[in-house]
Design a protein around this ligand. Structure first.
Ligand code: TEU
Length: 564
């Protein structure tokens, strides 16, 4: 598909490069590893890959702390490797999307180092430095909280050793925020976009696309939560931090650059926005014409496994996107959230929010689930198969997080000393961070590193000893594996014009705990959330079944694609 609109229905596979495949055997994934596995991705049948940050970085936030936006982390390879990957992916018909991290850099970025070294340096105004409050300036400039805990300000030390100004970091202290009120920052990012578009990249995933612009004039305090007594992380309308009106101008500026590259052999260049914004009506402001192309819809990821919740999420998402003429972008998981098979296998809720939007349990994000509920992995894997068929049958584009095509579970018992993620403590709770969904993939063999690398080097995060059962080699030859379910679904999606963009019609007369919808012409998806087996409609032919295709029914927590 070389049309400029390829992205409206694309299936995109997310690669977390550190954990995908390790060609040089040092225990860390690399660009060469991706090149070597392009045939695997082509056989899987995805339209594009999105590669999480691959730039030079101290990896204090897994690469979302960028020290150089125009190079490749030497542990991952070189620019020559990147060029080769782009060329070979394109030959295989796979587009390449990379990650842009515009809210903050690493504290190792040369501009931040220069800014720290000399308060009079011109680089100082590329970041957000302010005097502290209080008589000695030893209180932060305001009460803004960092996403990873504690205040969003860190005090500096002057070259003469005296206490200095504070700098803003919405995330880790190693991630100073760029000052987007300074045109030099905007110009620099224009140039970074062009640098990669010129190399043939097909698009960018915009990290925290709702955060660049802030109320830096006033720096007003945010409200304090009445229960926790902590400044709120909430993205309330009018927040001085999140979804500030200034982000629109930045998005439009980028869109104009992408549009100027539109005329290429691979079709249009695109943006996908990462912004956790609700409700959907608020989110879709980011994908009106002249702004970004697509935006992840995280509502489905956050929703519990019930027919009512899923139907509500699907309806509200489609209605909001249709109103602005943008396609939906479905996502079940990513490198920040608990793996699908584990999430849906949580015996109590498996979700953060109920159908009415109220919070379940004590936490706000699936990746932050701190309850001790047992995981029923068999249940979770059955549901994750059904969820995959549901996601891939919906109108719009879809993202698959690496390893979900194998049904990998979250690794919930990583040894404490192996953990790397900065998310550690929040509201007095110890968090396990996001390492559990970032464990390197098992490719082959009977023991770690399961073919992740060519030798015996242990991967940067330890793999569970029993992962042979989830390896590509094992699943490849098992017709009932999750991998072969994904392959069958993606092949069907490619050949069936009813799938991809277009409309969805709910079928009448089905039980409340069954979702059944038709995509024209002649395609139906049925998902059974209930306890009773649901008989296949007369005359329907099974295209893909998440359970036993010969059973004649859609069993509990199963899904089926039908030709009708
Ligand atoms: O995540 C943005 C985001 O909203 C995070 O704040 C999220 O809440 C966090 O992962 C904890 O749940 C993006 C990236 O996907 C994430 O990996 C980065 O750590 C973050 O931005 C900062 O760049």
């Amino acid at each position: 598909d070389t049309s400029p609109d390829w992205w409206r229905s694309a299936v995109v596979y997310q690669i977390y490069p550190r954990s995908f495949a390790d060609a040089d055997g040092d225990g860390t994934g690399d660009v060469r590893g991706i090149i070597d596995r392009l045939p695997y991705l082509a056989e899987l049948g995805v339209d594009a890959i999105w590669i999480s940050p691959w730039y030079p970085s101290p990896l204090l936030d897994g690469g979302y702390d960028v020290a150089d936006y125009r190079d490749i982390n030497p542990d991952f390879g070189s620019l020559a490797d990147a060029d080769e990957l782009i060329a070979k992916a394109h030959e295989a018909g796979i587009r390449v999307i990379i990650d842009l991290v515009p809210n903050h850099s690493s504290w190792d970025h040369p501009a931040f180092r220069a800014a720290l070294a000399d308060p009079a340096a011109p680089e100082r105004d590329l970041y957000i430095f302010r005097d502290g409050r209080g008589p000695n300036g030893d209180e932060p400039p305001n009460n803004w909280p960092a996403v990873f805990g504690g205040p969003a300000w860190e005090r500096t030390t002057n070259p003469d050793g005296t206490p200095g100004q504070w700098y803003l970091h919405l995330f880790d202290i190693s991630q100073p925020d760029w000052n987007w009120d300074n045109d030099a920052v905007a110009d620099e990012f224009d140039s970074i976009l062009r640098f990669w578009f010129d190399r043939g990249i097909d698009g960018f995933r915009i990290d925290v696309a709702d955060s660049m612009a802030k109320d830096l004039e006033q720096l007003p305090d945010v409200p304090v939560d009445s229960v926790t007594q902590q400044p709120t992380h909430e993205k309330f309308v009018g927040s001085p931090i999140w979804d500030h009106p200034g982000v629109e101008r930045i998005h439009k500026r980028w869109r104009a650059i992408a549009d100027s590259y539109a005329d290429t052999e691979m079709g249009g260049r695109i943006f996908v926005s990462e912004a956790y914004l609700t409700p959907a009506e608020r989110l879709v402001r980011y994908v009106v014409p002249e702004r970004l192309h697509t935006t992840f819809n995280f509502d489905a990821l956050l929703a519990e496994w019930s027919a009512e919740t899923q139907r509500n999420v699907i309806n509200t998402t489609i209605a909001a996107h249709t109103a602005v003429g943008a396609p939906c972008t479905w996502v079940l998981a990513n490198h920040d959230n608990q793996r699908v098979a584990t999430r849906y296998g949580k015996t109590r809720t498996g979700a953060a929010f109920a159908a009415d939007g109220s919070m379940l349990g004590e936490t706000a994000r699936p990746n932050m689930i701190t309850n001790d509920d047992a995981t029923d992995l068999e249940l979770g894997r059955r549901r994750s198969r059904a969820a995959a068929l549901l996601e891939l049958a919906l109108p719009g584009g879809a993202y698959i997080y690496q390893g979900d095509e194998l049904g990998l579970p979250e690794v919930e018992d990583l040894p404490t000393e192996a953990l790397q993620d900065p998310v550690w403590e929040r509201s007095g709770h110890i968090q396990r961070g996001r390492d559990g969904c970032r464990v390197p993939l098992p490719w082959s063999g009977a023991e770690p590193p399961f073919g992740f690398g060519p030798g015996d080097a242990q991967p940067w995060l330890p793999q569970p000893a029993d992962w042979q059962r989830f390896s590509v080699e094992t699943e490849d030859t098992d017709p009932a594996s999750e991998l072969n379910l994904y392959r069958a679904a993606l092949a069907e999606r490619r050949r069936n014009p009813a799938l991809g963009d277009g409309t969805l019609i709910w079928d009448e007369g089905v039980p409340d705990d069954v979702l059944s919808f038709t995509r024209e012409p002649g395609f139906r998806c049925v998902v059974n959330f209930g306890a009773q087996a649901y008989p296949l409609p007369d005359g329907a032919r099974v295209l893909v079944h998440s359970g036993d295709a010969g059973s004649g029914v859609v069993g509990t927590d199963e899904a089926v694609w039908l030709a009708v």
